[in-house]
Design a protein around this ligand. Sequence first.
Ligand SMILES: [Zn+2]
Length: 373
Amino acid sequence: MAHRHFVAVFPVLLFACGTSAVSPDSGAALDALDANDAAPIDASSSDGSVATRPWIDTHAHPVGIHTQCNTQACADAVVATMDKYGARRAILLHPPSPANNTSLNGESLVRSAVQLRSDRFFLGVGGCDLNPQIQQTDGVANVTSDARNAFATSANQLLTGSGAVVLGETAALHVSYELAHPFEQVSPTSTLFADLADLAATADVPVDLHVDAVKQTMSTPSFYTQKSPNNPAQLKGNIDAFSQLLAHNRKARFVWAHVGRDTTGDMSAQLVGPMLAANENLFIQIHAVFQPLQSSSAIVDGDGNIRPEWLALLTQYPDRAVIGSDSFFTGAEDNDAKSLQQMQKFLQKLPADLAQRIGCDNPVRVYRLPGGC
Ligand SMILES: [Zn+2]
């Protein structure tokens, strides 16, 4: 799917990116998530006795710190597990790489994974190539025109002829779950986030943005400081700045990743509702998990039941939510099934029409996906 037009640029500096030992995010979050939640896979809910509901997974990873899936056998195994839990298609993205990421082929690794099953996978670009550039602007008041041009060059190179349906995964606040897992924090008002919004609007693709929600600057929950020395003592407030970014270009669609997964104590329906009300270009990507903090704000409780305030929110904004499993695929069913099964369980607890819209209609519309659900 070629993109219609692009921002004019003057190629100055080029970045590229990879999956070396220091790279990206991944698997750690999921490890932390399932450490306390290793519920056995409940095959009964998807073996035909209860109708499996169709959905599109808008956020999954073929690469991570501990994981990689780039063989035909792996891709076919992933698709077989997706079939079991009703996932008709999956968007594969590179996790958000940190500023100091130094190696080379992460984006091409994701692209090759998609090509292994282009009948079932869609491509996201920029997690490995664009996100480090954004992270490098943390605290930079005046981002140079060279850096802005280089960023636009990278984005256009990633988008041109690639068939990419989303820019991401990018991160404004990304807490660390272990030593090899990066801590990332850059204000959503960073110049490169605004440029990313303009590039995305021009290319008519959404931005996938990971923001661990922080209303006001807070002490970092001990859950994280005990797990990883990468986490600082404080997390900066980011919700006001996120609102400013959303207001920067209303033609830019932003997909807030991992909504419902409370990682700070601030991710609640009471926070998200007003954000949706004030920002028509904001979409929420549900990750229906009780972990890591097992908080009363999370979208589901310990039994996987949807909390009423969240169901009310989704009912009030039926066209603004999609689902993202945040899976790190390896081809091993017991690994790949965990989050897919939880997302299917979540879908089955929704009213049927809402499940159809959140599972299928919304992702097709928001990501302009050919071929439907
Ligand atoms: Zn993420």
